[in-house]
Design a protein. Structure first.
Length: 421
């Protein structure tokens, strides 16, 4: 069996959904699990719905839901030319349940409410895609990931219970392939033991594909993107990008850890554990070779890869008594940062100070300053860029740092990390 994952851009409108059916037709007669994300920017809109609910802003809530209904109805109208199809009733029921939530109490656990609402996007897209595939003659059924992927109670970042999930998928999911060739399920979402919906973190649909592959011992996973494969740099920031034809699981994990956006960081490990190859292919050119990620590492160092993280802020901590930074200080700093769920992109220490780099959008500078003012003197620089180069040489470093001020630089044998302004 093959696992296909289609992201929001690949189902953003009716033409995109029709293109998915065209891709599936290339694999006629094969067993396929399709993992699908919410359509277009639906997740962002649903996040606004959660905010409106939390603020009891009925006007904004109603307008946002109306926009979502219109967006999905427009897609349905182009895919199904008559309203008698059952998919219309399914969609109306989903939105009616959403509307009723406004007059229900809003939990003190914001993350819980977030997961119950935002997960609707994947439910809608998977219902529509499954219905369209059946309409085009494919033997396809809809499968509910909220009854298959078991997690803990960490809403917005659910941790998978692998043993229970594997059991549920093998008991409730795999047997249906004796009757159909295609099952369509949702990326990004799971459920607690009590049946409450959880999400696996933003961009978690890739991870869902990895989970299903691991639990079904799939032949392969293919992530369908709007790029020809995994590129050595983001074309938005880098000219003359090169496609990586083949890299290892280890290299993919390294690249995702440093911030490469093509593959979700959690996706690779379950595939590596069972040696299941991962393909990154273009839904615009589905017969092209794309990129294959597998265990062989002999091609990893052939092409340098560049990862840019913009809008970074660098904090430097110095003890107020000007004593040396020692292990006790580092433990204290990490403990305080964990209280605000800070995510560190890079760190460096010297005798008298310790520096960390974080995404500006994910932290509150005043909160960080307040958190440390009793013991440390804290300085910060904003507007920085973190450049990571895998398999670098001096020429590649010179190329990306030309006309830039280098604030901080780190090198290992394979990786250079440079903070510039």
């Amino acid at each position: 069996m093959k696992i296909f994952k289609f992201g929001g851009a690949s189902v953003k409108d009716a033409a995109a959904v029709q293109n998915v059916a065209e891709i599936v037709s290339l694999y006629d007669g094969q067993k396929i699990t399709i993992v699908v994300s919410a359509m277009g920017k639906t997740t962002n809109k649903l996040e606004e719905v959660v905010t409106a609910l939390s603020q009891k802003d009925r006007k904004n809530f109603t307008a946002l839901v109306d926009d979502l209904v219109l967006f999905h109805e427009t897609i349905l109208g182009e895919l199904f030319h008559e309203r008698h199809f059952a998919v219309y009733a399914e969609m109306e029921a989903i939105f009616e349940a959403l509307r009723l939530r406004f007059d229900q109490s809003f939990s003190d656990n914001y993350s819980f409410e977030y997961d119950q609402i935002v997960s609707i996007g994947e439910v809608l897209s998977s219902v529509i895609l499954a219905a369209y595939l059946r309409e085009k003659g494919f033997p396809a059924v809809w499968a509910d990931a909220r009854k298959l992927i078991r997690t803990d109670h960490l809403y917005q970042e659910g941790n998978v219970d692998w043993n229970k999930t594997e059991s549920l998928i093998q008991e409730r999911f795999l047997p249906l392939f004796s009757e159909v060739n295609i099952q369509v399920t949702q990326g990004f979402i799971g459920h607690t033991p009590e049946g409450f919906t959880t999400t696996l973190g933003r961009e978690g649909s890739d991870y869902t594909a990895g989970i299903f592959a691991y639990c079904t011992n799939a032949e392969s996973v293919t992530i369908w993107k709007d790029v020809p494969g995994m590129l050595n740099a983001d074309p938005k920031y880098f000219d003359n990008t090169v496609k990586l034809d083949q890299i290892s699981f280890k290299e993919a994990i390294e690249l995702s850890y440093y911030g490469a956006s093509v593959i979700h960081p959690k996706t690779i490990k379950p595939l590596q554990n069972k040696d299941i190859p991962l393909y990154v292919k273009s839904f615009l050119d589905p017969t092209a070779s794309g990129t294959i990620i597998q265990k062989n590492s002999e091609n990893d160092a052939l092409i340098p890869s560049f990862i840019f993280k913009n809008d970074q802020v660098l904090f430097s901590f110095t003890t107020t008594n000007f004593s040396f930074i020692v292990e006790e200080n580092l433990s204290d700093i990490f403990s305080r940062l964990s209280k605000i769920n800070a995510k560190i992109n890079l760190m460096q220490n010297s005798a008298l100070d310790f520096s960390i780099l974080m995404d500006r959008s994910k932290i509150n500078i005043d909160q960080v300053l307040e958190l440390f003012k009793d013991t440390y003197s804290v300085k910060f620089n904003e507007g920085l860029t973190l450049i990571t180069i895998r398999h670098y040489d001096q020429a590649t470093i010179d190329r990306v740092t030309e006309n830039k001020e280098i604030i901080l630089e780190q090198k290992t044998r394979q990786t250079a990390r440079i903070v510039v302004k």
